[in-house]
Design a protein around this ligand. Structure first.
Ligand code: AMP
Ligand code: ZN
Length: 486
């Protein structure tokens, strides 16, 4: 692994690979350079914690993690915030639809109160963090929980009001997009089409259909000068990004569904309040479908990581499968495809945990440069995985080079190749001979003796005896490999 500030020697004719990212603000691939040399600031829109995250949601966080690890690989320190929306997020990202947290309270038979919301979200925050851990996602520098930042959100709304960007209605306070002439610049939103295509009704007091609530009045919530209520969903991200990372941040991530409303709203609020450019790079992951169908609560097809773990898959299997596609490609999930990923990863891990046990690790710099070129090309994870296989199959690299290179690559992909080989082999169900019960060890030895003596009927008979005891045996150039039969 190398860093931007490391002293790795490079030949003048081979410049160090650069990091280029697809910035949705400009719609182009841009070379990344941070706002300040100290640390890259990165904000990721987090989950609404009213239910388990589905595997589509989790793509957003594996993508952000890959980006963060890539930045670290390129020598940057990363200051990262993920928010946790624990109140008042409507199921539609405009101002319509049912409030997701209310939906969660109803589902769980909990009363409608701030403390019940806290209780509900505590539960799903724990579940979310456990998913994050299973997927080997590095925890952010700050988990920003919306209900802990209400004060900042109210202050931000007051600033916007003071600068004339908002107007009050009977049901809330709205951001007036006509006061922010570049509204909709992310993704080039056509505001005229929005106006003509707007549904009648919603809220007659709104001046433009794209104006959005920064405060919602209600019987429940926090006190403010506009009465009791909740901050709007969009203001939460602006307030927490500014509070935890500063007025101008390097990178903002989220799923593509956020571009249209949520992220344009974040830009408008933040920039109107601070007078500074909010995020310099905007990156978004594409969506996952399941069996070619959109993931939707109403279709009840929102598979969770828990479902996959119950089926015998691991977080690594899902992470590997995700990395086989580029984050900006839509992908379709099927159990068969995940099974394929599991098999490939099993072969890879078996190779690493068996072949490199006790081997020194020294990366091959030429291959690492190729890796940096691939991952630095807007996170080409499919290309990086192909390179992993090339390393494994290489005839020219030594074991020491192979292991060192794979470990360095795994610091970005983190599919578990860097696990301690003994623990790793155990996690694959492979058992070292000395860890086997004595009677099983004896059967293994007898079978090996029969095999060497070419007594095939006896060797087969002993294999069956091992199977009956719940073990499977495989002959390898390093000797018999015993695993727990699955
Ligand atoms: P939410 O909790 O609805 O705000 O979603 C959390 C994250 O998951 C957001 O970044 C969404 O853009 C993202 N997301 C939602 N559905 C999918 C999907 N099917 N595939 C990929 N990302 C998704
Ligand atoms: Zn957000």
């Amino acid at each position: 692994m190398f860093g931007l500030f490391s002293t790795r020697p490079t030949l003048p004719s081979t410049p160090a690979p650069t990091l280029r990212l697809h910035n949705n603000l400009t719609g182009t691939l841009e070379e990344f350079s941070p706002l300040t040399p100290e640390a890259v600031t990165m904000y990721t829109c987090g989950p609404t914690v009213y239910d388990y995250a589905h595997i589509g949601n989790l793509r957003s966080y594996v993508f952000a993690d890959t980006l963060k690890r890539t930045l670290i690989h390129f020598g940057y320190e990363v200051k990262h915030t993920i928010n946790l929306t624990d109140f008042g997020h409507l199921s539609d990202d405009g101002d319509a639809g049912e409030d997701k947290m209310m939906k969660g309270l109803k589902r769980e038979g909990l009363p409608v109160s701030l403390s019940a919301m806290r209780e509900l979200s505590d539960r799903f925050i724990t579940a979310f963090k456990s998913d994050i851990e299973s997927l080997r996602i590095l925890p952010p520098t700050t988990w920003a929980r919306a209900s802990d930042y209400v004060e900042m959100q109210i202050r931000l709304i007051e600033t916007l009001e003071g600068k004339g960007y908002t107007y009050e209605t009977r049901d809330g306070v709205y951001f007036d997009i006509s006061k922010f002439p570049t509204y909709g610049k992310l993704g080039n939103i056509d505001l005229n089409a929005l106006r003509s295509g707007a549904r009648v009704d919603i809220n007659e007091e709104k001046r433009h259909p794209a104006d959005f609530a920064v405060w919602k009045k209600g019987l429940l919530g926090w006190d403010s000068r506009w009465g009791k209520g909740f901050p709007g969903w969009h203001i939460e991200c602006s307030a927490m990004a500014i509070a935890t990372l500063g007025k101008s941040i390097d990178i903002h991530t989220g799923g593509i569904d956020h571009i249209h409303t949520h992220h344009n709203a974040e830009i408008a609020q933040s920039e109107a309040a601070t007078g500074k450019q909010f995020a310099h790079f905007w990156l978004h992951n594409e969506f996952i479908t399941i069996d070619n169908t959109k993931i939707s609560k109403s279709l009840h097809n929102g598979i969770t990581l828990r479902h996959l773990l119950d089926l015998g898959f691991t977080g690594d299997d899902y992470r590997y499968w995700l990395l086989t596609a580029h984050y900006r490609s839509p992908v379709n999930f099927t159990i068969e495809a995940l099974r394929g990923a599991k098999q490939a990863l099993y072969r890879l891990k078996r190779h690493v945990f068996e072949e490199y046990r006790g081997v020194k690790a020294e990366p091959d710099e030429t291959i690492l440069d190729r890796f940096a070129t691939l991952i630095g090309n807007d996170l080409d994870t499919p290309g990086a995985l192909a390179l992993v296989w090339e390393v494994v199959k290489s005839d020219s690299l030594t074991k020491t080079q192979k292991y060192g290179t794979l470990l360095a690559i795994d610091s970005v992909l983190d599919i578990g190749l860097s696990d301690n080989p003994e623990d790793g082999a155990r996690s694959l169900g492979i058992i070292a001979k000395h860890e086997l019960p004595l009677d099983v060890q004896a059967l293994v030895d007898e079978r090996e003796a029969a095999r060497v003596a070419r007594n095939w009927p006896l060797a087969d008979h002993l294999r069956e005896a091992l199977n009956l005891k719940g073990y499977s045996i495989e002959d390898t150039p390093q000797g018999p490999r015993v695993s727990k039969a699955t």
